[in-house]
Design a protein around this ligand. Structure first.
Ligand code: BYC
Length: 329
């Protein structure tokens, strides 16, 4: 099914063949991509390129916003004032990332309200990873280290995405994400050097977040709907499996330095290729979670809808202020 969809997009959008002005524009567009030109907001682009970008960028924006929820759960219970201040700053960063990304979709003609309607109605996706609960303080460490860690490996490659506004937003996001990854690692580092109970708590968190972090980088390349076309258009710069390999190579030595284990009996170093190899990923679980049946899907969407409703007065006040200023100008 997925392969057919990739093919459909390729046929409809890449446009090597065909005739007439539209086909010529598509070929010229692909030549710009091939020579690493950045595509800017007012430039001509195939409709499918625009749609694919809006899809990916809005899913990313939604992930940043929904991703605040599992961390928010620990704000009032952070173990010290300093940890609380750091976590608060991280969560505010995630909100900012969501806003940059929604703004980028607006340069492509999308309306932020429509995107958020789609999210709240369950029509739009956000990252699978945020449908898992943050049960202990160590989970905040695991989210920073593994989730932001996986995200950053992907997003560093997206700094070279072909759409200029997205590439520039991603560069800024990555700077902040690297701080997030380090704060997560620091939490786990301290716990693994604490009491036996703290070390066990860290191991338990890694056991629960390890596989979802590998899954969040998307389905295997063979099952990726958009992968081939997105690579051709340089919307994505590396495939899902390539990013997953890079993440694993970066993460296993860090796991060893923490003195923790991966919940994967088949994890091994492959001397020949020089890469770490993971065991089988439970793709049924991934499909269940993105299909809406994960542990927290319902509660995440409920919280997002409630927040939009309860904070409507802020948006209304901002709009009224803007209208007043415009009238006075
Ligand atoms: N979860 O064709 P494929 C963060 C969907 S947030 C749910 O390979 P693509 C943070 C996919 O959408 C970091 N759905 O997709 C925030 C497609 O379905 P549709 C988030 C997923 O787009 C707060 C179908 O599966 N980062 O760091 O080529 C606190 C087939 O997949 C997932 C980004 O979003 C998933 N994990 O590749 C802390 C980065 N994976 O749309 C931390 C930008 C796949 O046809 N996004 N699907 O219905 C990307 O790089 C790409 O979209 C992906 C997937 C690599 C994720």
């Amino acid at each position: 099914m997925n392969k057919t969809r990739t093919k459909d997009v390729v046929d409809a959008g890449a446009g090597g063949g065909g005739s007439g002005a539209d086909a010529r524009k598509r070929r010229a567009f692909q030549r710009r991509i091939d020579r690493d030109d950045k595509i800017e907001a007012g430039d001509w682009m195939p409709d499918e390129y625009r749609k694919s970008l809006v899809r990916q960028l809005s899913q990313h924006a939604h992930s940043e916003i929904i991703g605040m929820l599992p961390e928010r759960n620990w704000l009032t219970r952070a173990p010290s004032l300093q940890r609380k201040a750091i976590l608060l700053a991280k969560i505010q960063d995630e909100a900012g990332h969501g806003l940059y990304l929604y703004s980028v979709t607006e340069t492509l003609g999308a309306r932020r309200d429509d995107l958020i309607d789609d999210l709240h109605a369950g029509r739009a996706k956000y990252s699978s990873i945020f449908n898992y609960p943050a049960l202990t303080w160590a989970d905040i460490g695991a989210i920073g280290w593994l989730v932001d860690g996986a995200a950053i490996v992907n997003q560093i490659s997206l700094c070279k995405t072909s759409y200029g506004p997205a590439a520039r937003a991603m560069t800024r996001i990555c700077k902040e994400e690297s701080f997030h990854q380090r704060q997560g690692y620091d939490i786990l580092w301290k716990l693994t050097r604490g009491s036996a109970a703290q070390r066990d708590m860290a191991q338990d968190a890694v056991n629960r977040w390890w596989w979802p972090a590998l899954m969040m980088l998307g389905p295997r390349d063979d099952d990726s709907t958009h992968g081939a076309q997105s690579l051709r258009w340089k919307i994505k710069r590396h495939s899902n499996d390539a990013i997953r390999r890079k993440f694993l190579d970066q993460t296993v030595p860090q796991l060893q330095a923490l003195g923790l284990d991966a919940p994967d009996p088949d994890l091994r170093y492959d001397e020949k290729s020089g890469h770490w190899r993971h065991g089988d990923i439970d793709w049924d679980e991934f499909r269940r979670v993105i299909g809406g049946a994960g542990q927290c899907n319902k509660q995440r969407l409920k919280a997002a809808r409630r927040a939009r409703q309860s904070q409507a007065w802020v948006r209304e006040a901002a709009a009224a202020y803007q209208a007043k200023r415009a009238a006075a100008a």
